[in-house]
Design a protein around this ligand. Structure first.
Ligand code: HEC
Length: 129
């Protein structure tokens, strides 16, 4: 009797999890077909509500890799944009500029994490004889 209960539970569980797995595959195909590791598969840039502005203004002249391989502060990105406007015929980004900067500063900022170890903490000195 106990075995049958276990069997039935396993069956029901199996069926319901099959259904959810099937559903999530369908959802993935619908919504996220072009997503790899949280990034847009075409540009390789992080998904975000502001990505569309970056796609519209930043991927026409050069590869999006030029963005993803760089790390700047918000000010640094602003300087790059100004430089491209002065020398590379980049247009005025208008109302999209703060949104593009939000995006760049959020995902492509310099790493805070230092690779150096923390300094050693000396708790007790001892005399060398
Ligand atoms: C009108 C064309 C054009 C557009 C649009 C454009 N760029 Fe550029 N960008 C360039 C050119 C040209 C270079 C120099 C490429 C090179 O050195 O090979 C460049 C270089 C860069 C570099 C490298 C700078 C460096 O110091 O190495 C970054 C980062 C960059 N662009 C980001 C962006 C971003 C972010 C946007 C959107 C706001 C954007 N680009 C839009 C033309 C453009």
């Amino acid at each position: 009797m106990k075995n049958i209960t276990v069997l039935i539970t396993a069956l029901i569980f199996g069926i319901t999890s099959c259904k959810t797995a099937q559903q999530s595959v369908e959802e993935m195909e619908e919504n996220t077909a072009a997503v790899v590791d949280g990034k847009d598969a075409i540009t390789g840039l992080f998904l975000d509500e502001n990505l569309k502005f970056v796609q519209a203004h930043c991927t026409g002249c050069h590869s999006s890799k030029l963005i993803s391989m760089n790390r700047f502060t918000r000010e640094g990105w602003k300087e790059k944009i100004v430089w491209m406007q002065q020398t590379q015929k980049l247009w005025d980004l208008g109302e999209a500029e703060p949104l593009v900067l939000d995006y760049l500063a959020k995902y492509y900022a310099p790493e805070e994490r230092s690779l150096r170890r923390q300094p050693l903490e000396v708790k007790e000195w001892y005399e060398l004889n």
